[in-house]
Write a protein that binds this ligand. Structure first.
Ligand code: ATP
Ligand code: ATP
Ligand code: MG
Ligand code: MG
Lengths: 255, 255
């Protein structure tokens, strides 16, 4: 059974998109992966050099019921990786879906018919706890929470965990915590080490072994429309995400 | 006449809170400043060591009309700086305000009675273009847009500018662009320099002279509940924000 993993954290700039794109590219090289961009910023879409022209349906049209998921899928330039792209129209979803009966389940229902085409689905979420993130968590089997090795990001961990707990008690009782992933670790600062220690203290069984280092190669890659795997496969950052991908496979979320 | 400045950018993690808190602290040392936290993460509130206990009214209660702005104000520990604190309840504002007639003007109307108590009001916004950011832009005389020196942040600049333009054509024709502020500049990478060059190219008259360097002191300060001014006034980062504060004064937004 094809699994779905949401990459979520309401704290901004913690590496959600970078993590979703990097893992999707690594795992796509080993099979068929769908990356769903649920962020109106459409950073996952543009990080792979893709762009939705005005008038072309994308995830927004799927959520409001005007297009089927399969009809909006586009191939990325990287092996095994297909994208359900976002556009800025997605910013309107909050208002459109708020008074509907199944507004929180639109993504889960839309993904059903295409799950069989893939070995894994990864969803990139916006930095908020609104209807788009709720849709992603309702559709997911598990959630991966990237946490920047900074104090404010650590502080925000409680909020995303509250949302995960609320989803478990309501829309999605089977939602697992795949893990908390420390990102942008800077070995030169004490702060990074302190934050990782705190994360491991609060989430002893759910923190990834691997830590993603701060690396300018990761922030350069999107400007070339490539994942880190296509841009610089032998970089420390690519190696770190390869290890994370291995941990995901070891935890039974692949195929 | 007391001015109001919103610090906004839908891109996450670009330094909105750090900029709002640092400027409020610098300018508070020279007069009376109100810092309004409009982010459900309440990072500006906690960065100053403040916390809203359950059941205590804060900005959320002001927006839904259950409390007057003056009644929720709290003194920070730093000279001249008062805070209108946020709480997680603010995450519910989107749903509460969406069908009301004046939902977008709640903050502007709530601030009117207290403007005379201050020399400047600074509003920290969440990483989204929803009702909270719209309220902040409707209440503001000008908007300051921090932009991390990274490719994805540069790409997102168009979206916040579209929102500013839309506000000018609708709810707030007097909304100025106070400026675009490059943040987290890392002199060791080419990417930072390229991004600053691009920003100055697109916004020649509206980009701050000063650039805020990447500095671990800025990310340490919130863990002590202090602004950079109180935590390490002689750091490069504090000096950079002092220069930004001077530019704001020179542009006529003080007193
Ligand atoms: N490990 C890393 N080292 C250096 N830079 C990184 C790393 N991970 C991400 N970045 C860069 O940091 C910025 C923030 O990362 P990213 O956009 O992936 O975060 P996000 O959580 O998706 O942000 P948002 O909240 O806006 O969706 C981007 O410019 C990205 O290129
Ligand atoms: N110039 C800087 N150098 C180093 N770290 C910084 C700098 N400015 C901010 N930071 C750190 O980077 C992280 C992101 O900054 P901040 O939280 O201020 O951004 P934000 O735009 O308010 O984020 P959000 O979108 O979640 O509201 C924080 O951990 C902060 O401490
Ligand atoms: Mg993102
Ligand atoms: Mg913030």
């Amino acid at each position: 059974m094809t699994r779905t993993v949401a990459v979520a954290n309401q704290k901004g700039g913690v590496g959600k998109t970078t993590t979703a794109v990097s893992l999707a590219a690594h795992l796509g090289a080993a099979g068929r992966v769908l990356l769903v961009d649920m962020d109106p910023q459409a950073n996952a879409t543009s990080s792979l050099g893709l762009h939705v022209a005005d008038g072309t349906p994308s995830v927004y049209e799927v959520l409001i019921g005007r297009a089927a998921m399969e009809s909006v899928l586009i191939r990325s330039g990287e092996p095994g990786l297909t994208v359900a792209p976002a556009s800025q129209a997605l910013a309107g979803a909050q208002v459109d879906l708020v008074d509907t009966a199944d507004g929180d389940l639109r993504l889960r229902n839309a993904l059903q018919p295409v799950l069989g085409l893939f070995d894994l689905v990864i969803i990139d979420c916006p930095p908020a706890v609104g209807v788009l993130t709720v849709n992603a968590l309702a559709a997911a089997d598990a959630v991966l929470v990237p946490v920047q090795c900074e104090y404010l990001a650590l502080e925000g961990l409680g909020q995303i965990m509250q949302l995960v707990e609320a989803m478990r008690c309501g829309l999605n009782p089977r939602l697992d915590l795949l893990g908390v992933l420390p990102t942008m670790f800077d070995s030169r600062t004490n702060l990074s080490t302190q934050v990782v220690d705190e994360i491991r203290h609060y989430f002893p069984n759910e923190t990834f072994e691997s830590v993603v280092p701060r690396s300018v190669r990761l922030s350069e890659a999107p400007s070339f429309g490539k994942s880190i795997v296509a841009y610089d496969a032998h970089s420390r950052a690519a190696e770190a995400y390869a290890q994370v991908a291995q941990e995901i496979i070891a935890r039974g979320y692949w195929r």
